[in-house]
Design a protein around this ligand. Structure first.
Ligand SMILES: NC(=O)c1ccc[n+]([C@@H]2O[C@H](COP(=O)([O-])OP(=O)(O)OC[C@H]3O[C@@H](n4cnc5c(N)ncnc54)[C@H](O)[C@@H]3O)[C@@H](O)[C@H]2O)c1
Length: 277
C-alpha cells in the first residue's frame, strides 16, 4: 500500500496492537515514523520491524499522560525529521468497573491516558502540523465512544470525550482554513492485548473478561484495522468505523436513539463485567 511517501507520521502506543500495526503499515507506505510507548519491550520490537522495512524511525519511551514530556517530545520529533505531517493518538488503556465501586483514581487514570493523552498529543503537535502545510490528526476513540455500556463508564467517558474533542477540532481547522485534516476512529473488537492489559474493580473476574474478549468480542486483526484506518486517512474521512461489529452497532444506536440502553444492558453487563465466583 503506497500513499504516504515523504510524510512524517507519529504513532503513540506503538509497542502493541493497533499502534504497532499502524506503524508497520505506515512504514510500508513510505512514511518516516516516530513511535513511542511506555512498553519499551514492545516498542523495540516495532522499531526492529520498521528498520527491516527500511523506514526512517525514531523510537522513544513516552507516557502520553505526561504533558511536559509530550510537549518536549513534539519539539524533538520535529527537529529530528524537519517536519511532522500526521499524529495517530492511539495509546490507550481499558478498565472495567461499575461507578458505585470504582475509586476516583481508577476513573482519573483512564481519563488521564485515554482522554488527556489525546489532548496532550493534539495540542503538542498541532503547531507543527499546521506548519507542515499538509497535516492530519487521527484520534482513536472506540465504539464505546458511540454508545455506553454498564461497567465501562470511565472508558465511555474518555472515548465520548475524544469524539467530541476531535469533531470540534475538525470543524475548527476548516473554519480557520488550516491545512490540517482530522479523523476520529471508532474500532469495534480488535484482536490485541487491550483486555489482557486492562485493570478491573474488585470482584470482577478480569481473567474471564480477557478470555471472553479474545474469544468472542475481538473479530478484526490489528493489521486489518490499520489498513481500514489508513484508507480513511487517505480519503480524509471525518469518522472511521473499524469492523462489521462497529458498523452494525453504530447503525443500531442511530436507529434506536436512547432506546439502545434498554436493549443492550441485560447482555452487555453480563459479558462486559463477569463477577468472580
Ligand atoms: N482492541 C480493541 O478492541 C479496541 C477497540 C476500540 C478502541 N481501541 C483503542 O485502540 C487503541 C489501541 O489499543 P490496542 O487495542 O492496540 O491495545 P494494546 O493494549 O494492544 O496497545 C495499547 C498500547 O498503548 C500503550 N500505552 C498504555 N498506556 C500508555 C501511556 N500512558 N502512554 C503511552 N503508551 C501507553 C500500551 O503499552 C500498549 O502498547 C486504544 O486507544 C484503545 O482504547 C481498541
Amino acid at each position: 500500500m503506497q500513499g504516504f511517501a515523504g510524510k512524517v507520521a507519529v504513532v503513540t502506543g506503538a509497542g502493541s496492537g493497533i499502534g504497532q500495526a499502524l506503524a508497520v503499515e505506515l512504514a510500508r507506505s513510505g512514511a518516516s515514523v516516530a513511535i513511542s510507548d511506555v512498553n519499551t519491550e514492545g516498542l523495540a520490537q516495532t522499531e526492529e520491524r520498521l528498520k527491516a522495512i527500511g523506514a526512517p524511525v525514531k523510537a522513544d519511551r513516552l507516557d502520553v499522560a505526561e504533558r511536559e514530556a509530550f510537549l518536549a517530545y513534539a519539539e524533538a520529533v520535529n527537529e529530528h525529521f524537519g517536519k511532522v505531517n500526521q499524529i495517530y493518538n492511539n495509546a490507550g488503556i481499558a478498565y472495567t468497573g461499575d461507578i458505585e465501586v470504582s475509586h476516583f483514581k481508577d476513573i482519573e487514570r483512564v481519563m488521564d491516558v485515554d482522554f488527556w493523552g489525546v489532548v496532550n498529543g493534539t495540542k503538542a503537535f498541532l503547531p507543527h502540523l499546521i506548519a507542515s502545510g499538509d497535516g492530519h490528526v487521527i484520534n482513536v476513540s472506540s465504539v464505546f465512544g458511540l454508545f455506553a455500556v454498564p461497567s465501562q463508564a470511565a472508558y465511555n467517558a474518555a472515548k465520548f470525550a475524544v469524539r467530541g474533542f476531535t469533531e470540534a477540532l475538525r470543524q475548527e481547522m476548516q473554519v480557520a482554513r488550516h491545512p490540517v485534516k482530522v479523523t476520529t476512529v471508532h474500532p469495534g473488537g480488535i484482536k490485541t492485548a487491550i483486555a489482557r492489559n486492562a485493570t478491573a474493580a474488585e470482584g470482577i473476574d478480569a481473567a474471564e473478561l480477557a478470555k471472553t474478549f479474545d474469544k468472542r468480542m475481538a473479530s478484526t486483526t490489528p493489521e486489518r484495522a490499520a489498513q481500514v484506518i489508513l484508507d480513511g486517512v487517505r480519503k480524509n474521512k471525518a469518522r472511521v468505523l473499524v469492523g462489521t461489529d462497529a458498523k452494525v452497532l453504530d447503525a443500531l444506536v442511530r436507529l434506536t436513539g436512547p432506546g439502545y440502553q434498554r436493549l443492550f444492558s441485560p447482555v452487555t453487563h453480563r459479558v462486559a463485567a463477569p463477577k468472580k465466583r
